[in-house]
Structure formats: C-alpha cells, structure tokens
Design a protein around this ligand. Structure first.
Ligand SMILES: Nc1ncnc2c1ncn2[C@@H]1O[C@H](COP(=O)(O)OP(=O)(O)OP(=O)(O)O)[C@@H](O)[C@H]1O
Length: 223
C-alpha cells in the first residue's frame, strides 16, 4: 500500500506558481495496477517522481508498506563507462538480487548481442531503453512505476515486453502513466485522475477514464 498524506507540490518558475498537488490524501492498494490519468501538465510525472523518491514534495508525506521501483525503463542512473553487463551487476548488488541471475535474464531479454559487453555510452537510444526495461523487470518490486514507456523495438520485442510485464503484474502492482487508453485498459484495474492539484481514485478503470475524458471535454469547451 502506498499512502499519500497531506501531499502538496508546487513549482515556482519565472515568478509564477504551478500547483500539481493540493493537500492530496489517497491510498494506492497493494497488488493492483492503477492508471494515473490527467491532462498534459496535470502533474502525473511529478507524482511518479515523488512516489519513487526521486523528488521531494513541498510538504506532506508518502508512506509505503512495500518496495517501489524507479520509473520502469529509466536509464539515467546507468554509468556510461560501464558495460551493460557491469551496470546490471551493479544494480543487482544494490537491490540484493543474485548477480548472475540478473545478468542472464537481462542479456536474454534485451537482445543486445556483443553490445552487452561494450560501454553503455556507446548504445543507441533503443538499446538503452531495452537494457533499462530488462533491468527494471529483473528486480522484484511490490509496485512498479511506469511512465509512458510504450515498449521499444519491433513487434516481437514489444510482444515480449508486454508478456514479461504482465508476468510481473501477476505478483505485483503498478502505477502507470500513459496517454493510451488502450494500454491502460489492458494493464490496469483501477485509476486515479489528477486535475488542478486534486487526485480522485476510482476502483474501476472505466470510471477513471470517464472522469478523465469529462475533464478533457470541459477543458476543450473552455478553450
Ligand atoms: N522542475 C520543474 N520546474 C518548474 N516547473 C515544472 C518542473 N517540472 C514540471 N514542472 C511543471 O509542472 C507541471 C506538471 O508537470 P508534469 O511533467 O508532472 O506533468 P504531466 O502530467 O506528467 O504532463 P504530460 O502529460 O504533459 O507529460 C507542468 O506545468 C510543468 O511545466
């Protein structure tokens, strides 16, 4: 369970204040995949960054009874001088995963060939994304945070990514940000809608999508 307690977050930019969380109190239950919906700029990525611990709220707390991933597919923490394989081993040690198992899983999943043994800085963006997705899936978290990663690669690779993610979801939960309702319907049972700093939680993904679409229509009508 992830509990947001009196959560506030605002940014100050060029003398203007943007509020993305206004005294939010909410619970994301354990073992459920929740879509995080909201219009562009509503604060979805900010919310995921706060839940992952990468960014602090302005005030309030986020409490969790289980482990939470970094945003799935995020490759910003890899060391460019280390090979893909060495980065894997490093992450395995940090998260207490068997290093050989992690290496074998990621090598097989990411399909990087010899690049797996070359420095990460030499990778194409697709290779980086494949390594990052593989490493994310190799660590068993209670909740995975997913920010708009439509799987990279060809159709077969996408199919494999979806399959592995679905396997992880059988024993874990997720908070998923995506503008694709197809992807969210496929992945999530529940939904939370962020609008003007307020978060509304819906146990049924369809109710969340309805609320989100209504917000979009209202915004369009306002111009
Ligand atoms: N570091 C920052 N400094 C100032 N403003 C920021 C910062 N990060 C985000 N913002 C602003 O906060 C708001 C929310 O951004 P965020 O990326 O969390 O929204 P989002 O819902 O994920 O958007 P999108 O759907 O467009 O990806 C936006 O108006 C953005 O410009």
């Amino acid at each position: 369970m992830i509990r947001l307690q009196n959560l506030n977050k605002s940014y100050k930019l060029n003398g203007r204040t943007k509020v993305v969380a206004r005294n939010i109190n909410a619970v994301f239950p354990t073992g459920i995949s929740v879509a995080l919906l909201g219009r562009n700029g509503a604060g979805k990525s900010s919310m995921l960054r706060m839940i992952s611990g990468a960014m602090l709220p302005t005030s309030g707390r986020i409490l969790s009874t289980g482990t939470i991933s970094w945003p799935v597919g995020f490759s910003g923490s890899f060391n460019g001088q280390l090979t893909g394989e060495q980065n894997c081993r490093f992450v395995a040690r940090v998260y207490g995963v068997d290093t050989d198992e992690m290496r074998d899983f990621v090598e097989d999943f990411a399909e990087l060939g010899q690049h797996f043994y070359l420095p990460f800085r030499t990778y194409s963006s697709g290779m980086k994304a494949r390594l990052a997705f593989g490493v994310s899936m190799a660590v068993p978290f209670d909740t995975y945070l997913v920010d708009e990663v439509s799987a990279v690669g060809d159709a077969a690779f996408k199919e494999k990514s979806n399959r592995v993610f679905a396997e992880r979801m059988s024993a874990a939960g997720a908070i998923v940000v995506s503008h694709s309702m197809v992807m969210l319907r496929r992945t999530c049972q529940a939904g939370a809608v962020l609008e003007n700093g307020t978060l509304s939680y819906f146990h049924d993904i369809e109710d969340a999508i309805d609320a989100h679409l209504s917000n979009m229509e209202r915004a369009l009508a306002r111009g």
